[in-house]
Design a protein. Structure first.
Length: 310
């Protein structure tokens, strides 16, 4: 099983020094990947409920809490690391032009020598959709179409056309070609039925958000059905999960009510291995703590937990 960790891209720890310290620590420690998340604006008053209530994160949507843009963050981290993969968990795809995004990520894939992973979601905050000028009722259809646009542009060896509901392309080619044929892998995040259908039908992988081991089998069944219905090989759709983690030493847990994987190295490894037994190949672990503590947690994961997963 591969292990990735979140970057400190939200709140008072969302600063260059802290982001690069954590990214470089993960790179040195031999972890698989580092991940940034996404929001663009927050309204003064929000009526849209947060869909992942297992995570006590309402405070993160408060005034004055910064969220670093994930695409820009990927570029900075790629230039400061050598081998670690760099992903978005997740980028709200319908907020962005898929053609512009395709060229941005193609460029990052080139300059990082194939280390970009695009995790996408359809979004959830109606007020944020209004601010970026996208009708929230179109978010699912746009996400589906935009994934197809990205894959079409990245896979092309020449000029391509695309006729969709939201995107029209007539004999164009990207200005920058990706490092990897076909471009960065696309993981679809979310636990809802539409998200699982989208991952199975269109994604290279699925990223479950705060989903527990005993829920993976049902998710796998939904993924397999969606892939088969789309004429795809279900085994081609990788499974990943995003969970919080707490090491067995004192840290300043910034999300104190969050249900995280915790305990000794053996206990944490056993829970991760239980995911692996259900077919999960990647765990993205949220380090909801201050950067120095996150680095200590990364070193602990690398020295104590990873050997138990080998």
């Amino acid at each position: 099983m591969d292990i990735g960790v979140s970057l400190p891209t939200v709140g008072p720890i969302a600063e260059r020094e802290f982001v690069l310290d954590v990214a470089r620590a993960a790179d040195r420690a031999g972890l698989h990947s580092v991940w940034g998340t996404d929001h663009v604006v927050f309204p003064k008053e929000r009526k849209t409920p947060y869909p992942y209530q297992r995570s006590t994160t309402e405070v993160l949507f408060s005034r004055g809490v910064d969220w670093l843009d994930p695409v820009a963050t990927l570029g900075v981290v790629a230039g400061a690391t050598e081998r670690v993969m760099i992903g978005t968990a997740v980028l709200v795809l319908p907020y962005r032009s898929p053609v512009v995004l395709a060229n941005e990520l193609s460029t990052l894939d080139r300059l990082s020598e194939g280390r970009i992973i695009l995790g996408v979601g359809a979004g959830w905050m109606n007020e944020e959709f209004s601010a970026v000028g996208v009708p929230p009722e179109e978010r699912g259809a746009r996400t589906d179409e935009y994934i197809r646009v990205l894959k079409t542009l990245w896979s092309s060896k020449g000029y391509v056309s695309f006729g969709g509901r939201f995107v029209q392309l007539d004999d164009v080619t990207l200005a920058a070609k990706p490092h990897r044929p076909g471009g960065p892998p696309i993981y679809v995040g979310g636990n809802s039925g539409p998200a699982l259908r989208r991952a199975g039908a269109l994604g290279d992988g699925w990223l479950g958000m705060e989903i527990f081991v005993d829920e993976i089998a049902d998710a796998r069944s939904s993924l397999d059905k969606a892939a088969a219905d789309a004429g795809r090989d279900p085994s081609a759709v990788a499974m990943a999960v995003r969970r919080g983690v707490l090491p067995p030493f004192e840290v300043s847990n910034l999300l104190p009510e969050r249900r995280a994987i915790k305990g000794s190295a053996r206990e944490v490894a056993d829970e991760l291995l239980a995911y692996q037994d259900e077919g999960v190949s990647l765990a993205v672990l949220d380090l909801a703590m201050f950067p120095a503590e996150a680095i200590a947690a990364i070193d602990w994961l690398a020295s104590e937990v990873l050997p138990l997963l080998a």
